[in-house]
Design a protein around this ligand. Sequence first.
Ligand SMILES: Nc1ncnc2c1ncn2[C@@H]1O[C@H](COP(=O)(O)OP(=O)(O)OP(=O)(O)O)[C@@H](O)[C@H]1O
Ligand SMILES: [Mg+2]
Length: 309
Amino acid sequence: MSGVPVQSPEAARLAAPLEEEELARLEASVQAALEAGSGEGLEVLGYGEISTVLALNTAAGRFACKRLPVFPGEERLSRYAEVFASYLGALAEAGVEPLESRLQATPARGGGLAVYCVQPVLEPGCLGPRYLASCGEEEGRQLLEQIVSTTARAAGERLGLDAQLSNWALSHGELVYLDVTTPLLKDEQGRQRLDTRLFTASLPWALRGLVQALLLEEILGHYHAHRPALLDLAANLYKERLERWVPVVLELANRVVDPPLTVDEARRYYRSDARMWELLQRLRRLDRAWQRWVRRRVYPFLLPARIER
Ligand SMILES: Nc1ncnc2c1ncn2[C@@H]1O[C@H](COP(=O)(O)OP(=O)(O)OP(=O)(O)O)[C@@H](O)[C@H]1O
Ligand SMILES: [Mg+2]
């Protein structure tokens, strides 16, 4: 594909693991930011609904580090690492190129392990939303065609995929998938192999059980079939302010989806999805205020500022 920004060579590969001290230094600055209740001292590359992506500059190059919830110990981490590795393998097998990703851990203050998914940093112009925003008709269609066909081929009973544009990038002209920290992989019995409790830990205590049920049934279920995954891709373009591409995605998706998707369905889906995430983020902010001002505790997650939806 033409017009792909060239990356600096040191950002292109994860040559070696991060030095222990480098990761400890990053974690110390995250702790300082959490204690101060501000993002000062951190270079944030992006916020997802769940994780925060930080840049780390080292002598060996620049890395993207996704901080996962703190793990209670080695055993939970090794179980997660196993699912994570299987997921990367399953994606590649299904024709999805995952961005090079490695898990690294360092002791967390107050016990447990701070775990990071480390990746090469992609230039902003390579990331799906920014790239599409700069595309002409033909180039944009090519990118979306690739995303739609890759998703249709890969998302199924066993392997799940979050096809939203913000999870894709063009690295050296190749389509890569970067959102690998929530490995969506089911076992033979059709159960999610991921320990989803690790991820609901960032929610207020009273809500965890409810969201746990929701997460498994409703949210994660969407990623295991190509119709809902493609509906999600189309609907999310409203959030990205790229709605002019919605009809293109629908047209491409409708070659493989039955019953066909419509603009109306995408709009309705977007509204209810946006409401759900907005509610969850608001509850997390409330919980943070409660922990900070009433319980006088350090709130342990970096939350995004208000997301425009
Ligand atoms: N390697 C990277 N280089 C540059 N920016 C990145 C990189 N990885 C992620 N980002 C930015 O951070 C955003 C969020 O990343 P990602 O999708 O991995 O997290 P997420 O959506 O929170 O994932 P999950 O919900 O599964 O935890 C991306 O959409 C992108 O803008
Ligand atoms: Mg994402």
